[in-house]
Design a protein around this ligand. Structure first.
Ligand code: UT7
Length: 329
């Protein structure tokens, strides 16, 4: 029996940073940002609002949606590249905040692919009957690692969180299959160099701005399209479905041009079935992006029973993945 996503939730901080705000901070323009990325605005967490806080808000909604008690959560997995601390894990902090003391807790680091990596692990553990209800969370305070003096990256990213409960309860979305991949040979193209044991924080690492995201945007762009297409097709093959069986496409929301390039690979899919409003409203929220998209699409009530949703994601590492879920009747 396949595991299901039995509840979803998401959380976006209140503060909005528009392209016009960014025009005052770096040498950029609303026109450049919209035409090159599709982003109109993004959310920024408050100074005292952390990854765990946003994760908790998304988790509460997902647990309510799943109609289970906090005491029924057996495992918490948080996908993030902006943990509250290097250790302890953000999952442990979330566990404390939601008082789910019976749950095991671990963080997952697969950058923007984290939600689908977590979904894959949760599916396997639930189906193997190791755990009954697994809370997966993706939460990112990317504003804490973005260099607001670097126009090539600061216009792209935003903060936000998503959560889902994976279990066997008969509701929500059946997780038909997942496909994951990685290629560590390209790890330098998208990286936060400072803060680990290689560049231990020092005055020098701060002066060299190593505590901020560095990205070779053009290179990453090309890899993202190729790998998300590959993962999608691999996942379709794994679950025995054809392209025309896909009713909704939710690609990682990093750039509208990447989303549209992937959509073109699915010739029979109408463009209104390609979800891209997350990139427009919230920018690139890394691991959270596809989880926020699923929650918003679900709450809009547009997915019909029996329809298939294909996720495809790509991130630093490189890592990539795809998943196919089906709305249950
Ligand atoms: O989430 C993980 C995966 N991440 C991604 O998938 C991101 C992938 N990359 C991208 O989305 C795009 O490469 C970017 C949006 C980052 C950049 O778009 P691009 O079309 O690849 O632009 P570019 O880097 O080739 O730069 C074109 C020009 C350059 O100027 P010159 O050299 O042509 O004079 C840049 O300096 O645009 C300039 N530029 C900007 N101009 C105004 C770069 N950033 C900006 C900016 N405003 N914010």
């Amino acid at each position: 029996m396949n595991a299901n996503i039995i509840g979803t939730g998401s959380y976006l901080p209140k503060k909005i940073l528009t392209n016009y705000d960014l025009e005052k901070m770096v040498d950029t323009s609303n026109e450049w940002i919209v035409t090159r990325t599709g982003i109109k605005e993004r959310r920024i967490a408050a100074d005292d609002e952390y990854t765990s806080d946003m994760g908790v808000e998304a988790a509460k909604k997902a647990i309510k949606d799943a109609e289970i008690g906090y005491e029924e959560i057996d495992f918490i997995m948080t996908a993030t590249l902006t943990p509250d601390y290097i250790f302890p894990s953000t999952s442990c902090i979330i566990q404390k905040k939601i008082k789910a003391y019976q749950a095991a807790a671990v963080d997952i680091q697969a950058a923007c692919s984290g939600y689908i990596y977590a979904l894959s692990l949760a599916k396997a553990l639930v189906e193997q009957k190791v755990y009954k209800n697994i809370l997966i969370i993706a939460s990112e305070k990317l504003s804490s690692i973005v260099d607001y003096k670097d126009r090539s990256t600061c216009v792209l990213f935003g903060d936000g969180a998503a959560a889902a409960v994976v279990g066997l309860k008969n509701k929500g979305y059946e997780i038909k299959g997942v496909s994951l991949g990685a290629d560590g040979r390209e790890s330098d193209l998208l990286i936060l160099p400072g803060g680990g044991c290689r560049y231990v924080p020092s005055h020098e690492t701060i002066d060299r701005r190593l505590h901020y995201v560095k990205m070779a945007g053009n290179e990453v762009f090309k890899h993202a399209i190729r790998k998300m297409e590959f993962a999608s097709k691999d996942c379709l093959k794994k679950v025995g479905l054809q392209e025309e069986d896909i009713d909704w496409l939710i690609p990682h929301q990093a750039n509208e041009r990447i989303i549209m390039a992937i959509a073109k690979r699915f010739k029979n899919l109408p463009l209104d079935k390609v979800y891209k409003s997350v990139i427009e409203k919230y920018g690139n929220t890394s691991a959270s992006s596809v989880g926020i998209a699923l929650d918003e699409l679900d709450k809009e009530g547009r997915v019909k029973n029996g329809e298939n949703i294909l996720f495809t994601v790509f991130g630093a590492g490189f890592t990539w993945g795809a998943a196919i879920i089906t709305k249950r009747g």
